[in-house]
Write a protein that binds this ligand. Structure first.
Ligand SMILES: [Zn+2]
Length: 256
């Protein structure tokens, strides 16, 4: 009895299963042939090619970079105290001197320095001197096992400038400078010729030529010179010269 009852059920099951086998599988629309394009291998982010360290790593102090002042000066925090650090053995073009114009490649050198050390933890290595005459720490600045002083020279953003007795890496710096010069990198490349001058203020005919001085400076300027942003005192050329003021190198005022 039971057996007989089961039989139709088994048949029905069999029919259902074979029907299912006949139904074409619901494959997704066959756009198959196009293989998913392989992702283009991302070009590896260019590693900062800093100069590798010598075999024996010198003792270094860890410091947090607070601010990049220019191409060869930074402000750091060591154990909660703030210090200015001047890179040993190199000079980058001037950008911050109050009476000097921004030199060729100065801004670029500062930007490169920012790119290399900005906001990072650096290792500071002392040579012989502790500080320079401005009280700044004299140091070689390391990022991991690469030295920033050397890298700035190699890329043509800094010139070698040796102040004995701090000469530990002098030979290396000179070698890298030669390489940069030969490759005409940065400073060693062609110098731009067009330098924009402030437009001169026309003087009324017959009037005494007037220039401008500042409260603290020793230079006289044309109207519109950027060094006049703090203070601006009109003075005749004759008076400026009599008082010992000299012409500004940026705006190049003309006095007879
Ligand atoms: Zn000026």
């Amino acid at each position: 009895m039971r057996r007989n009852n089961l039989k139709p059920l088994l048949i029905t099951l069999g029919v259902i299963l074979s029907l299912m086998a006949c139904v074409p599988p619901r494959t997704p629309t066959p756009t198959e042939a196009t293989p998913t394009p392989r992702l283009v291998e991302a070009t590896p982010t260019p590693q900062i090619r800093l100069f590798r360290q010598p075999p024996t790593p010198p003792a270094r102090t860890q410091a947090q970079v607070l601010r990049v002042i220019d191409g060869d000066t930074i402000e750091v925090s060591i154990g909660g105290k703030t210090y200015k650090v001047r890179y040993i053995g190199i000079d980058t073009p001037e950008t911050k001197h109050p009476e000097k114009p921004v030199e060729w490649m100065g801004a670029e050198a500062a930007a490169k320095n920012e790119e290399l050390v900005g906001g990072r933890i650096v290792g500071l290595e002392k040579d012989v001197s502790e500080t320079d005459r401005y009280g700044r720490l004299l140091r070689y600045v390391w990022i991991g096992d690469s030295m920033v002083n050397a890298e700035l020279v190699r890329l043509g953003f800094a010139q070698v400038s040796t102040y004995p007795p701090d000469v530990k890496y002098q030979d290396l710096f000179l070698r890298l400078q030669k390489e940069a010069r030969e490759a005409q990198r940065g400073l060693w490349g062609p110098t731009p010729t067009a330098i924009v001058q402030p437009t001169p203020t026309p003087q009324p005919a017959g009037a005494e030529p007037v220039v401008y001085i500042t409260k603290t400076g020793e230079k006289y300027h044309r109207d519109g010179c950027r060094y006049l942003s703090e203070s601006k005192i009109a003075i005749t050329c004759a008076e400026a010269i009599r008082r010992g003021y000299t012409p500004c190198g940026v705006c190049k005022p003309e006095c007879p």
